[in-house]
Design a protein around this ligand. Structure first.
Ligand code: SF4
Ligand code: SF4
Ligand code: SF4
Length: 266
């Protein structure tokens, strides 16, 4: 569905405040932009886990809504009010070079090629954890990022950079689906939605749709990365629930477990 200019403008303003980690912890598998759209349509604006309270507050202010307590994180809160930033590292001597983590990384922070050891470019890694579940030998660890907390300007630059990298990643994956080279670990992203925004935004790569790729959409929706994202969300919720009971989260967990079971049965 095509959005009006007014809708696009509001979604862009909301998206500017989101961290661009693209982790899906807000419940939107395709990352920050779909959550921004959903917020513009009325969804609560406190669900961005990496953004924590500062992002929930900034969104409440932008939208003139009441302040809500941010969704909790499994990580401690840093001095800036956001959860501890993490980085992934590969235990390189254990890596079998399967390349699955490359497609899973929304910001293309992993380099390596088939059957060769892979490395994470730590400056680019956001700690989104999406590369961890697809790794067949479980050789990726998360460690705290000990870099100084960025200034507001640095954060905005970083977010712009991550957004650009995500759009480039989506375009690359869109093209790759045509030839199906390498393991398919990326779920079907709503590329059409991102393509519309890539036209509206000046500072992101333009996304063009690959006709042939659309034929695979139903099949792609059941690919490994979708399962991986669901497993990651389940793991998070289980951790959160082990600390504190929460009927709403328990409901989300039950729904995810059902979804996982259904996908595994396909
Ligand atoms: S950073 Fe993660 S939780 Fe926050 S809006 Fe983006 S995808 Fe959602
Ligand atoms: S390397 Fe892993 S944790 Fe880091 S941004 Fe990429 S997928 Fe996320
Ligand atoms: S998924 Fe794991 S084993 Fe495969 S290339 Fe990445 S780090 Fe290496």
């Amino acid at each position: 569905m095509l959005l009006s200019d007014q809708q696009v403008s509001l979604i862009v303003q909301i998206d500017q405040l989101l961290p661009q980690t693209q982790c899906g912890l807000c419940g939107h598998r395709d990352g920050c932009l779909p959550y921004a759209k959903s917020i513009s349509e009325g969804e609560a604006a406190n669900k961005c886990v990496p953004g924590g309270q500062p992002v929930a507050d900034a969104l409440a202010q932008l939208l003139d809504r009441p302040r809500l307590i941010a969704e909790s994180s499994v990580w401690d809160i840093q001095a800036d009010g956001r959860p501890q930033q993490m980085k992934a590292i590969i235990r390189e001597d254990e890596c079998i070079g399967c390349t699955k983590c490359i497609s899973a990384c929304p910001v293309d922070a992993i380099i390596g090629s088939g059957k060769l050891m892979h490395t994470i470019l730590t400056d680019l890694c956001t700690g989104c954890e999406l590369c961890i579940p697809p790794c067949p030998v479980d050789c990726i660890d998360l460690v705290p990022d000990n870099n100084p907390i960025p200034t507001e300007d640095q954060r905005i630059n970083e977010q712009d950079n991550l957004r650009q990298r995500y759009y480039a990643h989506i375009q690359r994956e869109e093209k790759r689906r045509i030839d199906r080279k390498g393991p398919v670990v990326r779920a079907e992203i709503d590329t059409e939605f991102f393509a519309q925004f890539s036209q509206a935004l000046k500072n992101v790569p333009t996304i063009t749709l690959a006709e042939k790729a659309k034929d695979h959409s139903a099949q792609d929706a059941k690919t490994t990365i979708e399962l991986a994202k669901i497993r990651t969300q389940i793991k998070k919720l289980e951790k959160q629930l082990s600390v504190r009971l929460d009927p709403q989260k328990q409901e989300q967990l039950d729904a995810l477990q059902t979804q996982l079971k259904e996908l595994q049965e396909v």
